[in-house]
Ligand binder design. Structure first.
Ligand code: ASP
Length: 332
């Protein structure tokens, strides 16, 4: 009897605290922090800041801050969120690294499919192949010939081992059979890498259009091609650049995606509220306008749902594993 009463009291207490938590989320005195695992000012940071602004209103005007935790191709920031308090106030905005890291890192300190709650896929972003402004090439053909003629003398920037820019650079170099032609220079994100490209300290970089569009437009860097299978015919600036497939690199198709995550075990009602806020952001006209202006495609399909987001990432892990293993590339 006593046992039964104690059990009932505990059960009622647990139910009550879950519903209190859900009602109180987001706690008005505690901001939500979105961790970006790269340097400020780069493409992942850009998506996170736009998303934070668009999620604010559906979450009752709560303050949503962005915290940059760069390093190890994004895995340091991701690990931080995997181990964070699971109350919905610490989230992760990460890209394709969520799916490439299990194959790239032999000692990954978290499990992408087990240590996170999935809150919705946010966007897809094409990449651009860039050179420093001083590079004596104006077309993709001239660019490739120049790299070939200067093999061993040039460098290529990226946002850390296993980052999207790193993968893109590796894929391109292997597709044109120039795998050892350039020295790779890692940065904490492609924002600092971009500063060095503009300054001419590095020669080449492959990066998301969310970081490159304005620099290409201002003539601060030279663009040579886009990485998508189809031309970006709808984009006012990037429609004028060829795809790598059009330049003869058969099957070259690389698009980066971003998703939002919470630590495993975040209460269900909190996850529902956060996912509702993501969905509202994806329909926000201002968010869509900003993202499209940068060449990103905002998710409109079912991958904005939690279950479908997870299924999509599981599929990407399975797809990327053999590709990365075949390349024999490890980040650690
Ligand atoms: N663009 C970076 C990457 O290559 C990430 C970033 O700086 O946002 O993964």
């Amino acid at each position: 009897m006593t046992f039964r009463r104690t059990f009932l009291a505990l059960a009622v207490g647990a139910l009550a605290s879950t519903s209190v938590l859900a009602q109180e989320f987001p706690a008005s005195n505690k901001p939500i922090s979105i961790v970006v695992p790269f340097a400020a000012g780069g493409p992942t940071d850009r998506v996170a800041r736009d998303l934070a602004e668009a999620m604010r209103k559906p979450l009752g005007g709560i303050s949503i801050t962005v915290e940059n935790a760069a390093g190890a191709g994004g895995t340091i920031g991701a690990n931080k969120v995997a181990k964070a308090k699971n109350d919905g106030h610490t989230l992760l905005l990460w890209h394709i690294g969520m799916a490439s890291s299990p194959a790239l890192y032999r000692k990954l300190p978290f499990k992408p499919l087990e240590d996170f709650e999935y809150l919705g896929l946010v966007n897809e972003v094409p990449m651009t192949l860039l050179g420093k402004p001083q590079l004596p090439a104006n077309t993709y053909r001239d660019f490739e010939n120049y790299i070939r003629a200067n093999a061993g003398k040039l460098n290529i920037a990226h946002a850390g081992l296993g980052s999207a820019s790193h993968i893109c650079g590796l894929m391109w170099q292997s597709a044109v059979k120039l795998s050892q032609a350039m020295t790779t220079i890692p940065f904490g994100g492609t924002a600092p890498a971009m500063t060095n490209l503009i300054g001419g300290q590095v020669d080449v970089m492959c990066d998301q259009t969310t970081n490159t569009t304005s620099q290409i437009e201002a003539g601060r860097v030279k663009a040579f091609a886009v990485t998508t299978a189809k031309p970006l015919s709808g984009h006012k600036l990037l429609k004028d650049y060829p795809t790598l497939q059009e330049m003869g690199l058969k099957g070259f198709d690389l698009t980066i995606w971003h998703g939002l995550y919470a630590p495993k075990g975040t209460p269900e009602a909190v996850l529902v509220k956060l996912n509702d806020a993501v969905k509202a952001a994806l329909k926000d006209a201002e968010f869509i306008k900003k993202q499209e202006g940068l060449g990103a495609i905002v998710v409109t399909d079912k991958r904005m749902n939690r279950a479908e987001h997870k299924t999509f990432v599981a599929g990407e892990i399975a797809k990327l594993k053999p590709v990365i293993e075949a390349a024999g590339a490890f980040a650690d």
